[in-house]
Design a protein around this ligand. Structure first.
Ligand code: TMP
Length: 237
């Protein structure tokens, strides 16, 4: 497979075309941003860690019947993925109140939610990715009714699979963000990444934050947290 032109550069990844129209290459960067790009920095080694973490977790999900975009890890920071058109939604799943939910609804961070919360944001950087509901998604035609049903079912199943996998590793899955894509034949598959950039991971016993909140909130030991997640996933903890 041959890398061709760069199609897109996002805040954390670049996407390249290849000589196969059905395959793209994603390249993970060490760049980190928060608050819609207002805060900028570098997390040394993040690209390689997120590449490995995301591929590991998506491999697990594939085995459990969730179709994902991952085709093959190519090197430290690059992975071949299925070419998709991204559905312009961020799906957020929450098990414990934190971040914007805690702020918006006046909940204490750390409160275990009695039932899973599923939210959608419209992927529009120029609008700051606003929260939308299903009637907005329908009115704006962001996804069809059947696509949305599929996306919700996959998202809840992913929560169950990942939560059960991470718990014995001493990692609490507080909340996370997913993005889905549509292949040329219209199939919905899991795309983007699952990593400490896109999830809140807390140590089960100490409740220490092992994710991008260390960068967002200037908590220090950012690289250590990313390395800790990788090492626990790879069985080194
Ligand atoms: P929030 O509490 O800030 O809304 O974040 C919810 C989850 O979504 C959290 O695990 C971090 C993740 N997330 C992203 O992956 N990208 C984003 O741009 C934002 C705001 C959150």
């Amino acid at each position: 497979m041959e890398k061709r032109v760069q199609l897109y550069e996002g805040k954390a990844k670049k996407v390249y075309a290849t000589d196969d129209k059905n395959i793209y290459i994603v390249s993970y960067k060490d760049d980190a941003t928060a608050f819609n790009g207002l805060k900028k920095g570098t997390i040394v080694g993040k690209g390689a860690i997120n590449n490995k973490v995301s591929n590991h977790l998506m491999g697990l999900l594939e085995k459990e019947g969730i179709p994902t975009h991952v085709v093959q890890e190519l090197n430290d920071r690059e992975t071949a993925v299925k070419a998709v058109t991204i559905v312009p939604l961020e799906v957020i799943i929450r098990n414990i109140a934190a971040g914007s939910l805690a702020k918006r609804l006046g909940l204490e961070e750390g409160l275990k939610l009695p039932s899973t919360v599923l939210e959608f944001c419209y992927k529009r950087d120029d609008l700051g990715d606003p929260l939308v509901n299903e009637s907005h998604i329908k009115a704006l035609n962001l996804a069809s009714e059947s696509e949305l049903l599929q996306i919700k079912a996959y998202s809840l199943k992913i929560n169950t699979i990942l939560g059960a996998y991470l718990l014995p590793l001493g990692i609490e899955l507080v909340d996370f963000k997913l993005e889905f894509g549509k292949t040329a034949d219209g199939t919905i598959i899991l795309a983007d990444e699952i990593s400490p950039d896109t999830c809140r991971f807390w140590d089960t016993s100490t409740h220490e934050k092992l994710d991008k909140d260390r960068f967002r909130r200037d908590l220090g030991k950012v690289e250590d947290a990313y390395n800790e997640i990788l090492s626990r996933l790879m069985g080194g903890a």
